[in-house]
Design a protein around this ligand. Structure first.
Ligand SMILES: [Zn+2]
Length: 285
């Protein structure tokens, strides 16, 4: 499922394919992706120009040269794909942006959990979901102190709090599972119980996990890890319960938090913080 790194990949593709370009036509099929909006409203974007494509957390925000904007969420299986002029139809294509050279950018989404909303740009900025979105986990990641303040406001489990888009935007099950493993923090720890040094580790874990995933996504095509059994799971612990921990070899465990499965190492990420969780042994008397 797309999280910040996959959406960032989509943003960079869209910027390359459509940034500064005039749209010859926009065709939206009447599917769940446009949530009852009129395909005609999308068709009216013909001759408009894509000024900029930005990312806000897991959302793609298109600014058009007119006062219009598009807000897109990839849901579970959504992707943008470019086809050359005259290419055959694309399966599961739901919305098509035709360039003046005839190339087409398809929004392709087999399961249709994704969403594209068309509205005045200023309205997209001031209404949900962007209105309540927390700072971006990549471009505006809070300092450790500020992150601590955000985490301490919650009695929920740290895994759930980090997945809350109003706390930090862009992280989902994969990134939080990986970041907590890197930070050696049990996913079920109460957010309010985290010490300053643990929050520092969580912050570092987020930075490292995002950088690692961003570096994996190259080129013009992307495959999500759940999409195909032929794609090897590239993550450290996500989706790897029962496999050996890449750090200590202990079999990874899983538990469900906030409706999502979390893999973790029971040895590296103990529920009760002790010497093992402190990272380095204490040297002071
Ligand atoms: Zn381990």
């Amino acid at each position: 499922m797309p999280e910040l790194p996959e959406v960032e990949f989509a943003r960079s593709c869209l910027s390359r394919w459509l940034g500064g370009k005039t749209l010859r036509a926009v065709e939206a099929d009447p599917t769940r992706v446009i949530r009852g909006a009129a395909p005609k409203a999308f068709a009216a974007l013909a001759r408009d120009r894509v000024a900029k494509v930005e990312r806000r957390g897991k959302w793609l925000l298109w600014r058009l040269a007119s006062d219009k904007g598009l807000l897109a969420h990839l849901g579970m299986t959504g992707k943008f794909e470019l086809t050359k002029p005259g290419a055959p139809a694309v399966r599961w294509s739901r919305v098509r942006f035709v360039r003046s050279d005839g190339a087409v950018v398809h929004y392709r989404d087999p399961r249709q959990f994704g969403h594209i909303r068309l509205a005045p740009f200023s309205e997209l900025l001031t209404t949900e979901p962007l209105k309540s979105l927390g700072p971006d986990a990549k471009d505006q990641l809070p300092t450790a102190k500020a992150l601590e303040a955000r985490l301490h406001k919650s009695r929920r489990q740290v895994k759930e709090v980090l997945m809350d888009q109003t706390v930090v935007a862009g992280l989902g099950n994969i990134q939080v599972t990986e970041a907590l493993f890197l930070a050696r923090i049990h996913p079920a720890r109460r957010a309010e119980s985290l010490t300053p040094s643990e929050v520092v580790r969580i912050r570092q874990g987020i930075v490292k996990s995002l950088a690692r995933t961003l570096a994996m996504n190259k080129g013009d095509k992307i495959t999500y890890v759940e999409e195909s059994k032929r794609v090897e799971n590239p993550f450290l612990v996500y989706g790897k319960a029962n496999s050996p921990c890449p750090r200590c070899g202990t079999p990874l465990k899983k538990m469900v938090i906030g409706g999502r499965t979390s893999a973790f190492c029971p040895r590296c990420q103990p529920r009760t913080p002790g010497p093992a969780a402190a990272g380095r042994p204490r040297r002071r008397k």
